[in-house]
Design a protein around this ligand. Structure first.
Ligand code: ZN
Length: 190
């Protein structure tokens, strides 16, 4: 059983948001095309038994936010609960997610595996509960939350692919480093 994990395709991480990743809106549209094709075929005929999403979801994440961010470990205010920034980007349509995992209420949380559903289920428990053994990871940003999610997925024992064309990174150097690190950890770069 394979699942698709769509990481943090939210307004604040796309053009026009508070922490935009270049190409974010394009990635949102390209992921939507995959989701649309799946919904046309029906879940049983597609590549993915399950499709889930993660969201950065901050109430007060401490020094993860800064008025003088270094863009490595501190960032402008983003994905604040109650703002439009936390919403999925409108290019991400349809949004047929079987579950959504929220992370980072009160601290930085890069990995989707730090997220939980509204009823408190963790990503690893949810995936294992649905007999998922393989995951594809896409979304924003390659060098931060995609990276952390993919590495945690390997640690949790999943077979992991990162769909490079459906990701965008904050900066070229850190994106290249993240791709190298993920490949070394056993992630397939598809
Ligand atoms: Zn954040």
């Amino acid at each position: 059983m394979r699942a698709l994990i769509v990481v943090d395709v939210q307004n604040d991480f796309c053009e026009g948001g508070s922490l935009p990743v270049e190409g974010g809106a394009r990635v949102a549209a390209d992921i939507a095309a995959v989701l649309h094709a799946r919904s046309q075929r029906g879940p049983d005929a597609g590549d993915y038994a399950q499709v889930v999403a993660t969201k950065d979801h901050h109430v007060d994440p401490g020094d993860h936010w800064s008025a003088e961010p270094d863009f490595e470990s501190s960032w402008p205010v983003h994905c604040e609960v109650g703002t439009d920034g936390v919403a999925f980007h409108p290019n991400l349509d349809p949004q047929p997610f079987d579950a959504v995992f929220l992370k980072g209420d009160h601290a930085a949380a890069y990995s989707g595996f730090e997220g939980r559903t509204d009823d408190g289920t963790s990503l690893v428990d949810w995936l294992q509960g649905h007999a998922v053994t393989e995951v594809d990871v896409c979304g924003l940003a390659t060098d931060h939350c995609v990276r952390a999610t993919a590495l945690d997925a390997v640690t949790e024992g999943f077979s992991v692919r990162v769909l490079r064309d459906l990701c965008a990174g904050v900066a070229p150097a850190t994106t290249d480093a993240a791709l190298t690190e993920m490949a070394a950890a056993g992630v397939t770069l598809a």
